[in-house]
Write a protein that binds this ligand. Structure first.
Ligand code: MG
Ligand code: MG
Length: 265
């Protein structure tokens, strides 16, 4: 069932998203060579709780941590560990907060120290894919418009769009209907309505889009071992357009990207 949120519910989700955004911003600043992903997870849990939230991921279907940390060819759902981050790694951090029963979900891929130009390009294009998907989220448009926008941008750069994992509706549960694929055809799928809240999360690969799950039952990696990137926001469709509920104050300037004008910040 697809739920439509009231303005009051969206305001609660914005407050949830604010916690997610602040903690994710702090995590981004804490990323450096020599730090373990365990340390980032501990920081995330401490801060989410200090801001009055609950780490949504912890215990979700048995997931053992408060964030997912996915490195290089890992696409999503990597488990924080004693892995020591090293110069040149790509690190994807995915985080979810529950605040007053409402969930917000956001992810970013960042460079550990200096990365090679090809990896920088993958990050930039994946973030642009997210912003282009968001720009298409207007009442009267269709679900397929989001995936079509993401896919067109990724493929125009020769990248792959992961098919097996998708974005999702979000509210009092992290994963609600509808599923939000990162590929598709414009004008198809359900009509987008004011009050719909979606987590849009392109997972883009440097090579082929096929993925596999490791023995730990969680970590999803590219089958060809090439790099992947993942960016995610929780977005409400409002009468005045898409409103990003997990927008970070710093380290993110959506106006810097070439998406259609008029995206509510
Ligand atoms: Mg997420
Ligand atoms: Mg998500």
């Amino acid at each position: 069932m697809i739920t439509i949120k009231s303005a009051r519910e969206i305001e609660t989700m914005r407050r949830s998203g604010e916690i997610t955004a602040r903690v994710l911003s702090n995590l981004i600043h804490a990323v450096r060579p020599g730090r373990t992903t365990f340390e980032l997870d501990a920081l995330a849990e401490k801060q989410i709780r200090e801001f009055g939230g609950i780490p949504t991921f912890k215990g979700y279907n048995g997931f053992p941590a408060s964030i997912c940390t996915s490195i290089n060819e890992e696409v999503v759902h990597g488990i924080p560990s004693d892995y020591v981050l090293k110069e040149g790694d790509l690190l994807s951090i995915d985080i979810g907060t529950t605040f007053e029963k409402y969930v917000s979900d956001s992810a970013v891929t960042v460079a550990v120290g200096q990365i090679r130009p090809a990896a920088q390009r993958l990050l930039r294009v994946t973030q642009e894919c997210l912003m282009r998907g968001i720009a298409s989220m207007r009442a009267g448009k269709h679900l397929g418009d989001i995936g079509a926008a993401v896919q067109a941008h990724a493929e125009s750069h020769g990248y792959g769009v992961v098919r097996e994992l998708v974005g999702h509706g979000i509210g009092t549960r992290m994963h609600e209907e509808p599923q939000v694929p990162n590929y598709g055809r414009a004008g198809t799928g359900i009509e987008l309505r004011t009050g719909l809240v979606l987590a849009v999360e392109p997972m883009i690969t440097e090579g082929d889009y096929a993925v596999e799950t490791l023995q730990d039952g969680w970590t999803v990696v590219t089958a060809d071992g090439k790099l992947a990137a993942h960016f995610e926001h929780t977005i409400a469709i409002t009468d005045s357009g898409p409103k990003i509920l997990t927008l970070r104050d710093s380290g993110e300037r959506p106006e810097a990207y070439e998406y259609a004008p008029g995206v509510a910040a």
